[in-house]
Design a protein around this ligand. Structure first.
Ligand code: XMP
Ligand code: MG
Length: 173
């Protein structure tokens, strides 16, 4: 394996996930929430959020793809759809791994909104703010990250490194 610099350690992520899960609980308390996890990148983040969430929660999955190699194309393909009956009339939290240009989040929020949820908010593990093209911002984010290609804790480089328990960057030699 290549050398990797750690940006957000396992401890930092665990602490931040607990904070976010508590914020969501304060927001919804006795109302049921549907966590919509975007595959594959957000899967560890969504599971950790759910494990730390004390209220009634459901978990749904959505898969879109936009990214080839290291550059965002803006073209989004829906690979695994949601069922409208799982979203309609429900409080939805969209869980993303990283918001970069914003094309993916824009697509997903429109897609979910069309299913008429009772409410909808977005939460991303990482916000690559400096790269935004679309005028959209996540409601919650774990960390703001510089314009670097990051890997780990669900995030991949050509499907590798998802299993790292931290977020880091590959050191190019
Ligand atoms: P957009 O540009 O649509 O991109 O906001 C969002 C999607 O692009 C992927 N992405 C990354 N994946 N490391 C990754 O492993 C990165 O640094 C990175 N930047 C963007 C990601 O799939 C995200 O959902
Ligand atoms: Mg990805």
């Amino acid at each position: 394996m290549e050398k990797i610099d750690v940006l957000f350690s396992e401890e930092m992520i665990t602490k931040r996930v607990k904070e976010l899960a508590n914020e969501f609980y304060l927001k919804y308390h006795d109302e049921e929430v549907v966590f919509v996890c975007t595959l594959k990148g957000a899967v560890f983040f969504a599971c950790d959020l759910l494990k730390n969430y004390r209220g009634d929660a459901r978990l749904e999955f959505l898969r879109v793809s936009s990214y080839e190699g290291e550059s965002s194309t803006g073209k989004i393909n829906l690979k695994l759809p949601l069922k409208a009956e799982n979203i309609h009339g429900k409080h939805v939290i969209i869980i993303e791994d990283i918001v970069d240009t914003g094309y993916t989040l824009e697509y997903i929020t429109k897609y979910v909104n069309d299913m008429k949820p009772k409410s909808m908010i977005t939460c991303t593990l990482l916000d690559k703010k400096a790269r935004r093209v679309v005028d959209i911002n996540p409601d919650y984010s774990g960390f703001v990250v510089d314009d670097l290609f990051v890997i780990g804790y669900g995030l991949d480089y050509d499907q590798k490194y998802r299993n790292l328990p931290y977020v880091g960057v590959v050191v190019k030699e």
